[in-house]
Design a protein around this ligand. Structure first.
Ligand code: SF4
Length: 409
């Protein structure tokens, strides 16, 4: 039997898919293309309505096929969505229950979800350290789909890192809806420091963090630990205090700016990305201008912009939508334009610099592509044998979204 996995969503969903793949292979199934698969698994994300719409559309396409494979939907699925989705998919199954999925071609395992060793790509190892969230931002479904915060024991996490490094992975991503809420034997800052002590040549990254759980310990780790990268994703969501309050984000902009100033002062060449929602109910032009002002002050290196869409079960679902779809689109565009302008200016400053790059892939132009320690994209000419290794590159050109260079030595 062959299986095929389609993943929609964030790295948490990617990490779920790696475990599904591993478990199916343990049960004797082989990975195959969508066309030849007997089982298709969708690992989905309910955070945005657009993602769920895509899952529905793909599910319906598959359902129309003459020789229809078995379809499974898993990942972050809202209870409310399950009703409408059950007519499209054969099974809707809880990802945490993977070892016990009631499928005739899988044998039940005595393992727990995290005991399944994920099938990884050999370069980046995504390691979930916690799942769920207690924050209940008014627009977000995570506390309903993933439940409340649950952290993995520190020893288990460190063991998984050691194994991934032994297998040759060069980049460890600590994942969680709110990684810095991690608290077990160690706090998150302590976990970073402890992971840094593990022998081997690798980088440590993490996502996503919440401003409210941000600690000086994390800054210390980013500053002093050689393997902890100078890349920080710290979602702000809006540049306006009133909107933050309506979103139930328990910090204000002046507190957020204080964190960013400190990080920039302490961590050399730090790359800061953020998440912003445009068009939240009640967001006026004035509120949106505060977000633009915040951008101009911080000059984020990347913004993941989401146009607000109401999600059932959340508090914001009951709020009256006040921003039209075209206005949301316009606000997204304005922010994007600011980001592009600032990126061009920043990227220009990299010309002539020598940077260490982790090669992760090759692009359609036959160039190798990878990331610097601070998560800048770099492309350069070289042999595909270099994929998965660190290479020194001298930067001699740039574009909007990345740098171009030549391999040194
Ligand atoms: S902190 Fe993140 S995961 Fe938690 S409710 Fe807010 S947006 Fe959702």
């Amino acid at each position: 039997m062959k299986y095929h996995i389609i993943t929609y969503g964030c790295q948490m969903n990617e990490s779920d898919s790696e475990r599904v793949s591993s478990f199916f292979q343990e049960n004797g199934l082989l990975e195959g293309d969508e066309e030849e698969a007997d089982v298709i698994i969708f690992t989905a994300c309910s955070i945005r309505q657009s993602a769920i719409d895509r899952v529905i559309a793909r599910g319906k396409e598959i359902k129309k096929k003459k020789e229809k494979p078995v379809t499974i939907l898993t990942g972050c699925v809202l209870e409310e969505d399950k009703k409408s989705l059950s007519s499209i998919f054969d099974y809707i199954l809880d990802i945490n229950d993977l070892p016990h999925w009631p499928l005739p071609f899988l044998s039940k395992s005595s393992k727990q979800y995290f005991e399944i060793v994920p099938k990884r790509n050999g370069i980046s190892a995504y390691i979930s350290i916690m799942t769920g969230c207690d924050n209940f931002c008014t627009y977000c479904v995570v506390p309903y789909t993933r439940g409340r915060v649950s952290c993995r024991p520190t020893k288990e996490v460190l063991k998984e890192v050691e194994e991934a490094v032994e297998e040759g992975h060069k980049e460890i991503w600590f994942l969680g809806q709110n990684v810095n809420a991690y608290k077990e034997e160690l706090t998150f800052g302590e976990l970073l420091k402890e992971t840094n002590k593990i022998k081997g040549d690798f980088w440590i990254r993490f996502t996503s963090s919440h401003p409210n759980d941000f600690t000086d310990d994390m800054i210390e780790a980013m500053k002093n630990c050689k393997k902890v990268t100078n890349y920080l994703n710290l979602p702000v969501q809006s540049g306006n205090d009133e909107i933050l309050k309506k979103m139930n984000r328990p910090y204000n902009i002046s507190e957020y700016k204080k964190i960013i100033t400190k990080v920039k002062e302490e961590v050399p060449d730090v790359f800061i990305s953020t998440d912003i929602i445009v068009g939240f109910p009640g967001e006026t032009e004035k509120h949106f201008r505060s977000t633009l002002n915040l951008f101009n002050e911080i000059l984020f290196d990347m913004i993941y912009i989401g146009k607000y869409s109401p999600r059932k079960q959340t508090v914001a679902y009951k709020m009256k939508e006040t921003v039209s779809p075209s206005e949301k689109k316009r606000r997204e565009k304005v922010l994007n334009e600011l980001l592009k302008e600032s990126n061009l200016e920043k990227n220009k400053q990299y010309i002539g610099k020598k940077l260490k790059v982790l090669v992760t892939n090759s692009n359609s132009k036959g160039l190798l592509v990878g990331k610097t320690k601070n998560y800048k994209s770099v492309s350069f000419k070289g042999s595909k044998k270099l994929i998965g290794s660190f290479v020194d590159v001298k930067i001699n050109d740039y574009s909007l979204w990345g740098l171009k260079g030549t391999k040194i030595s």
